[in-house]
Design a protein around this ligand. Structure first.
Ligand code: URA
Length: 190
């Protein structure tokens, strides 16, 4: 009998591997739990944020706080639900006091993020904010490239502003909404 492992089973293995490999042990010990990813393991699109915040740390799911609510609203505007996409972060434990993730923390988690992408094989990778953009599309400035699809190493990326940064900044909020509106067309043509 041929038994195929599902994407979800393969993702579960990576999640276990992060714990086994003791990735960023100090961060792990200061946080409540690993926040690995959420949504469809067979999605066409993967969204990648920065790191879990307080709510994410408590619930064990990415983007469940205010930024997540805004993200859900923008998904709805383009006819999508959370279950239609996969969502994760570059750093998978909450940094203390919501400080920015350190370069070494991003580097430590990058191989696991790459494995997640390798399993899901999305048509489009949406980076939210500069932290996930920097590790996957190095050398770009988010203020210059947001909303522009980028082909790099055989994958298609769309760098966007981070919803938390845009939440209380009227101009950036509208820019993010406008960039989001481009997604259906980009998906269709990739
Ligand atoms: N901000 C992020 O970058 N990720 C989350 O999961 C929540 C807020």
């Amino acid at each position: 009998m041929i038994r195929r492992t599902t994407n979800q089973q393969e993702l579960d293995k990576i999640q276990e591997q992060i714990v086994e490999d003791k990735v960023c042990l100090e961060l792990a010990q200061q946080s409540t739990q690993l926040v690995f990813g959420d949504g469809s393991p067979d999605a066409d699109m993967v969204f990648i944020g920065e790191a879990p915040g307080k709510n994410e740390d408590i619930q064990g799911k990415p983007f469940v706080g205010a930024a997540g609510k805004f993200l859900n609203e923008m998904l709805e505007m383009i006819g999508l639900k959370r279950e239609d996409i996969y969502i994760t972060n570059i750093v998978k434990y909450r940094p203390p006091n919501n400080r920015d993730p350190l370069p070494e923390e991003k580097a430590a988690f990058l191989p696991y993020l790459r494995q997640q992408l390798e399993i899901i094989k999305p048509k489009l990778i949406v980076t939210l904010g500069r932290h996930s953009m920097d590790v996957l599309l190095p050398g770009l400035k988010i203020s210059q490239v947001h909303g522009q699809p980028k082909r790099y190493q055989g994958r298609v990326y769309l760098p966007l502003f981070h919803p938390a940064a845009a939440l209380y900044n009227g101009g950036m909020r509208q820019t993010l909404i406008d960039d989001f509106a481009l997604i259906p067309q980009i998906l269709k043509t990739t």
